[in-house]
Design a protein. Structure first.
Length: 125
């Protein structure tokens, strides 16, 4: 089953409504359910679609590519930081470098960009 599919048995009435009590659509529900496994799968799709083994990304660019809500930004940035610090993580990509950059739109601020690289194949000993 794909990460974005949900079965009847997985339905949770408490989580299936937003803060106003309105029912979430399937697409909104998918955006609300993001976790590390989902981010790893989306990162693999993101990198494979570019055809590059190395690429700079920002959380904003990643979110907009997959139409993810702003609430997912901490999960995405946390996942990318863990990929940077924990080289034994089981994702096929790693964060080689994190840089702070100044942007002016939509307002002046400093954001982080992440250099994503495909891991080299490990040799069996």
């Amino acid at each position: 089953m794909a990460w974005y599919q949900k079965t009847e048995s997985q339905s949770d009435p408490e989580r299936d409504h937003d803060k106003t009590g309105q029912s979430l659509s399937g697409e909104d529900e998918m955006r609300a359910m993001i976790d590390d496994i989902t981010v790893a799968e989306l990162l693999e799709m993101f990198m494979e679609s570019s055809g590059l083994s190395e690429r700079w990304i920002t959380v904003y660019g990643f979110r907009t590519r997959y139409q993810l809500d702003e609430d997912t930004a901490p999960v995405i940035s946390g996942f990318l930081r863990r990929l940077h610090h924990n080289t034994l993580f089981s994702c096929q990509y790693r964060v080689e470098k994190i840089e702070k950059i100044r942007v002016s739109l939509p307002q002046p601020r400093i954001i982080q960009r992440y250099l994503i690289q495909k891991r080299s194949k490990r040799r069996k000993t």
